[in-house]
Design a protein around this ligand. Structure first.
Ligand code: MG
Length: 248
């Protein structure tokens, strides 16, 4: 069931989304060679709590941290650890915050120092595809229009689209209906209506769609071993068009 939000609810949801976005700024300031992903998670956790919010991911389905921190070939759900970032790594950080009963969810892939030209292109194209998807998030369109916009932007580059995981509605629960795939056909799927709030989150790889999950049951890697990128915003569908709630 798709839950539509009233204007008042959207105003409340903005706060959770802002805190979620700001916690990515906290991460960005810390990212440098030698810092551990656990230290980044701790700082993000502390920031969210200091703002009077709760980290949405902590304990959700048993996840042991506040942020998913995924390095290089890890697409999503990386568990913060003693791994020390090094120059050239790319690091995807996905985080949610819950405040006044609503969640915000967003992700960004950062570069540690300087990375390869192919990684730079992957990040640029993945972020662009997120905005192509957002452009389609208008009243009267369908979910498939968002999916198709993401897909048709990345495939000419030969990149892979992860199909096993998709975007989602977001609100009082972190994961609500509808599913928002990063692949699909225009004109298909649920129709977009005023008050829908969704997380659009392309997960794109340098090569191939297939992923494997580690023995820890979380860490999701590309089967090819090549790098992956992940960008995400929570957006609201309004009379004035798509509104990005997790602006940084
Ligand atoms: Mg999400």
């Amino acid at each position: 069931m798709i839950v539509l939000k009233t204007r008042t609810e959207l105003e409340r949801m903005k706060k959770a989304c802002r805190i979620s976005a700001e916690s990515l700024n906290v991460a960005e300031e810390l990212i440098r060679p030698d810092i551990t992903t656990r230290e980044i998670d701790r700082a993000m956790h502390d920031y969210i709590v200091k703002c009077g919010a709760k980290p949405s991911f902590l304990g959700l389905y048993g996840f042991p941290a506040s942020a998913c921190i995924s390095v290089n070939d890890v697409v999503i759900h990386g568990i913060p650890s003693d791994y020390r970032l090094k120059d050239g790594d790319i690091v995807s950080i996905d985080v949610g915050a819950c405040c006044d009963g609503y969640h915000g969810d967003n992700a960004y892939t950062f570069i540690v120092g300087k990375t390869s030209p192919e990684n730079e292109q992957l990040l640029r194209v993945t972020e662009e595809s997120l905005y192509k998807g957002i452009e389609q998030a208008v009243i009267g369109n369908r979910i498939g229009d968002i999916s198709f916009a993401v897909q048709s932007h990345v495939t000419p580059y030969g990149f892979g689209i992860v199909r096993q995981f998709v975007g989602h509605g977001v609100g009082k629960a972190l994961h609500e209906d509808p599913e928002v795939p990063n692949f699909g056909k225009p004109g298909r799927g649920p129709r977009l209506a005023e008050g829908m709030t969704i997380a659009i989150e392309p997960m794109i790889t340098l090569e191939g769609d297939a992923v494997t999950i580690d023995a820890d049951k979380w860490t999701t890697r590309t089967k090819s071993g090549k790098a992956a990128a992940h960008f995400e915003h929570t957006i609201a569908i309004t009379q004035d068009g798509p509104v990005i709630l997790t602006v940084r």
